[in-house]
Design a protein around this ligand. Structure first.
Ligand code: HEC
Length: 189
């Protein structure tokens, strides 16, 4: 284990209650990239053509197929063209787990995304920094979530996979981008 990670864990365990009291909507977490719920509701708000809406409410595709669908939509849908590669991948993964979507596609009605799960389930025992600064492969994320220390977390196997996919694309955030109050040991971390 890297020394910085050990420090983050120690601090997280000592100050675990502090991080628990931080709400999901607190601005301090704004550096953590949007998940599929926010990306999709943003697209719907910006305006998606009926054909794309129809695809999302009726279609079932692999992540790769959703990504191809989004890539194709870039030419005709400015809001899709405005997404970067990471955001398109994040949204494609979200659609894989959640489409066909039966609910209203608002931020309030859509199912949780990987960012939501991270904030809700990954900071009660340690600081969220332990999670979002790690750059890992899918199997490594799933491996951690299957450890005895994590197996009791109230996420289904499918939610764990969705969370792993989100983290593969969006974690590995450099410590410099993490707000100081979430950095274990402050300047030395
Ligand atoms: C019930 C308490 C608890 C919760 C909730 C929790 N963790 Fe942990 N986590 C630990 C403990 C204890 C360690 C250090 C010992 C270990 O690795 O088993 C740790 C260490 C880690 C590590 C670093 C070491 C490793 O094995 O990779 C990562 C990454 C991690 N957790 C990810 C997560 C993620 C992702 C979530 C949310 C799904 C989460 N944790 C939620 C208890 C928790």
């Amino acid at each position: 284990m890297r020394p910085s990670l050990t420090a983050a864990l120690a601090l997280g365990i000592v100050f675990g209650l502090t991080s628990l009291s931080l709400s999901q909507n607190d601005d301090v977490f704004s550096f953590i990239p949007d998940g599929g719920r926010t990306l999709l509701s943003g697209l719907v708000e910006a305006g998606l053509p009926d054909i794309a809406l129809n695809e999302i409410t009726t279609g079932e595709k692999s992540s790769q197929e959703w990504l191809a669908f989004l890539d194709e939509s870039m030419a005709s849908v400015p809001a899709v063209a405005a997404l970067d590669d990471y955001q398109r991948q994040t949204l494609a993964d979200y659609l894989f787990y959640n489409a066909p979507i039966g609910t209203e596609m608002t931020a309030e009605a859509l199912p949780m995304d990987g960012r939501d799960m991270t904030l809700r389930y990954c900071q009660s025992c340690h600081i969220v920094t332990v999670v979002i600064t790690q750059s890992r492969a899918r199997e490594a994320w799933l491996g951690t979530m299957n450890k005895p220390s994590h197996v009791e977390i109230d996420l289904t196997p499918e939610q764990r996979e969705a969370l792993a996919d989100y983290l593969v694309v969006n974690a590995g955030i450099p410590i410099e981008e993490v707000p100081p109050e979430l950095r274990a040991g402050g300047a030395s971390y």
